[in-house]
Structures are given as C-alpha cells and as structure tokens.
Design a protein around this ligand. Sequence first.
Ligand code: N01
Length: 531
Amino acid sequence: MARTDFDAIVVGAGFAGLYMLYQLRDRGFRVKVYEAGSDIGGTWFWNRYPGARCDVESLEYSYQFSEELQQDWDWSERYATQPEILKYVNHVADRFDLRRDIQFNTHIAAVVFDEASRSWAVRTAAGENVTARYCIMATGCLSSTNLPDIKGRDRFKGGTYHTGNWPKIEPDFTGKRVGVIGTGSSAIQAIPVIAEQAAHLYVFQRTPSYAVPAYNGPYDLDYVKKRKENYADFRNAAKQTRSGILRPVNERNAAESSKAEREETFESRWQEGGLTFLGAFNDLLVDKGANDTAAEFVRRKIRETVKNPDVAELLSPKTVVGCKRMCVDTNYYRTYNRPNVTLFDVSSLPIDEITKKGIRRGGTQIELDEIIFATGFDAMTGALMKIDIRGRAGRRLRDKWAEGPKTYLGLAISGFPNFFIINGPGSPSVLANMMPAIEHHVEWIANCIDDVRQKEGECIEAESAAEEDWVAHTNAVAARTLFPSCNSWYLGANIPGKPRVFMPYLGFSNYLEKCQQVVDAGYEGFSVSGP
Ligand code: N01
C-alpha cells in the first residue's frame, strides 16, 4: 500500500470535524484537519450575530461520547448562547488536545482521487498539496452563506453583514438606522436584540416564519442534577425518537381529536416552548387539515401579541407550519410593538435596489447606516460544491450531483472511494438533533475505516445500486409528508437554479437502525477491495 502523508484528512473543525479527529486519532490513525476559519467551532465560529443561540436544549446539544465531559460541563441556560457554545467547543478541544492536528485559515480547493495509488490528493487554496487514504468532509450543512444578488448590492456605503459570516469584532448598532433582509431563524434571533440598540430597525420580509417562544432562562439545578444522574439513559431514549430530541411526538392525531383537546395540547406545548411544538400531534406533518389547526393556533398567538393588526397580518405565515424549519424566539413578535421597528413586506412590493445610502423599494429610498443579510445558506450541498471534488476517472461531484445530491445513507458516494460526508444529504442531519447525528456518523465512519483496515482492504465504496435505492427511499419517505410542499432550503428552493430535491432523511431512529443493519450485514451496499 503506497504511503500517504496522512491516513485521513478531515475538512472542517466544527463539532463534526473535532470529534472525527478524536475518534480516528484514538484508533491510531494519522489525521490532519483543515479549517477555513481562524479557529475551531464551525457554525458557532461564524454565526456570532447578536442574539445567536442554539434552539435545541443545551443538555441535549452537547457531546455524549465522554461521560466525564458531560458530567463536568455545566450549561448555564436552557438554550445556550453562541459564546457559551464556543466556550464549550474550546473546552473540548483543549481537554482532548485536538488543536495540534488542525491547520487553520486553510481553504481546501480540491480533493482528487488517484486510481493508481488509491489515495486522495488534497490541494489547499494556497497551493499546499498532501495525500491521504481517506477524505472526510465535515464541512457543515449550513456553512455556505447565501448572499442574494440584489441589484446594487455592493454600492452601499454603510456597513454590510451576513449573519452566517459575522465579524469577530462586534459591530455597535447604537443610534444607527439598520436594515435586516430576511426573517428566518437567524433574523428572528437577531431582530429583538438589534432593535434594542438601533435608532430604527427596518425589517425586509419576503416570507413570514412561524416562531415558537423559547422560554429561555437559567437551568434549574435540580433538573440538571436529575438529568446528569441518568445522562446515558436520557441520551439513549432520545435516540429512539424521530428527531433525536428527548421530548417524544404525541401519538394522538390532531385530525381525530376534539377542538378542545387540540387547543389544550397546542397550548401546553406552546407553554413548554421550543421546537417540540410540532410534536403536539402525530399527523401535523402529514395531514394538511391537521397542520392547518396548528398553523391557525400560531397565527392567533401572533395576533394576540402584535398590537397593530396590519403588522400582525403581515407577520402571519400562510404556509404549512414546520415545512420550513420552525423558529424559536425570544420577544420576536413583541419587538414589532416598538416604535423604532418597521416591517416592510417585500413579497408584495419587492426591493428595487440597494443604493449608496440604503434600500430603494417601491420608488422610495429607506436611508440606512447598516444592512444585515439574514438570508440563509446554500444548505447541505453548498460547501461541498465549492470544492473541486473528483472521484474515479476524474468524475466531478459537481457533475454527478447536477440534478441533485445522490448518496448512500448520506455518508458515502458511489464512484468516490474512501470518501465520507458527515451529515450529508440523504441523512437525518438538519432534521435531527445535530449533536447525536454528528456523533453517530463519526463513530460509524471511524468504525468502518477501522474494519476496512482490519481486513487489510484499501478501498470502501458505495455501490451504485445501493445509492439509487437510498435516494429513492429518501424521496419516498419525504413524499409521504407535507415537507415537499413549500419552498424551503431543505429542498434547495432558496437558491436560484438549485435542483429541487428534498435533501435530509426523515426519521432518526429508523436511520440508526438502517446504518446498524448495513454494518451487521458486512457493509451491505458497499464494496470493499484489497490491494
Ligand atoms: O436562513 P433562512 P437563516 N430578498 O434560509 C430571506 C439554522 N439556524 O439563516 O423565505 C428578501 O431560514 C428568506 O425569505 P424566503 C436553522 O436550521 C439555527 O435564518 O426565501 N429576502 C428568509 O426569510 C435555520 O433554518 C439557529 O422568502 C430574502 C431568510 O432570508 C437555518 O439555520 C439559528 C432573499 C433566510 O432564512 C437557516 O436560517 C439560526 C431576498 N433576495 C439558524 N433571499 C438555531 O439553532 C433570502 N431571503 C437557533
């Protein structure tokens, strides 16, 4: 077997890349991690906009691979802030001495499979070349920012920001006229915080989002103690759910429940706060009639909160609730009661252009000092498509995926041996709690590479038929739900020209079972070849 510079290279030093490094190093592999940013953290390194925090509970949005780590670390709030999560990531990196194998400020330009040596040639944007037997992409699902091509975008003389690429030095919006374009999860977190600083905040909304209150606050110490006493049990119970989040979906259907029962259940989930509102009934994401009852419940909450009925109406989504990712908010709707906040509907009257001084809409210029693009990401495939990835016979991944991503289990790609994606399209990823999803993929990949080595194999590769079947299965599962019915980033519909394909796999617990079956059957759907 030809000697390579490394056994494995990992692209990205967020939660996934760091844990991949830990697992492979633990098994004695020579690993190098390349990270585009100047430090670790991935999503939590880049998304440092005001108000950024996780909308999965801290006790569940954390690693579980080390009992000592999860016992030692104390989360201060139900939903951790971005700085607290970054502190945690740094603690993990230091605790397990991970930094020494990470190269920062390094963009990977190309990864090319060489048939003769059965290795990957990796080239950085600065022209450095290394080789590795395995290539693992830990590039994140929401890491390639979407900056819409609005006329005059680069003409603006004030400050411009993207929530997903926020500067390290915090901008001060005190006394400023600030415009926010977009009203997804990031904007919904940022808007209430920026409104408290800005002289005036103008929100440019194309599609309203559904948001459930976070009811965030300091953790109750008794609650934390109870969790920690049985941490592993809680974690295992979460893996039995569809989303990898502990709170299960109610087994009742909204369509079969009385109006009073629906009201009581929605209200109690609403009072709990957070994303599990969508688990109030079992049929909310499969039955449009059931979904309408939940959607109307949220709209009523908006009308009860927002004093100006016209603004409340503009903020009320008409789409299927949960079809685009639900948002979790703190004071979002209430912020529109402030005299220094104005909402513009840019679906009925679009932005004409960005000018030197602000944003022109309907022939009127809104003068601004700062513009914030809260316009989301080229999700799931964007970061991979930026790299020139070539498999067997020089085949480009960009070409293979021209009509949409195709993977086996969201982990591997036919024609791309010894190449893995953590949380790739075709895996639960963004529809699951990302932390257990990451840990599962990392452990699966590390075990797989180790198994191949034990068998003295050189290449493991997804079979084309298994990949086709998996893609068809992923689509069939999604087609049984309401998810394909709206223009979400899950479908790539937020990016002009991107193929409309539902990318994540629905059902975390089923997925875990399937991946285990594949291993138990001797890596069914993969071919392993020797020297
Ligand atoms: O991005 P988004 P995000 N003109 O795509 C609008 C995760 N996340 O960064 O819907 C005007 O949701 C666009 O409008 P429309 C979470 O998974 C997690 O907010 O396309 N508007 C939309 O309103 C989330 O889902 C957390 O019509 C334009 C907005 O920009 C994902 O990241 C926190 C436009 C983009 O919303 C992405 O969230 C934050 C244009 N040309 C994010 N182009 C937590 O864990 C786009 N828009 C808490």
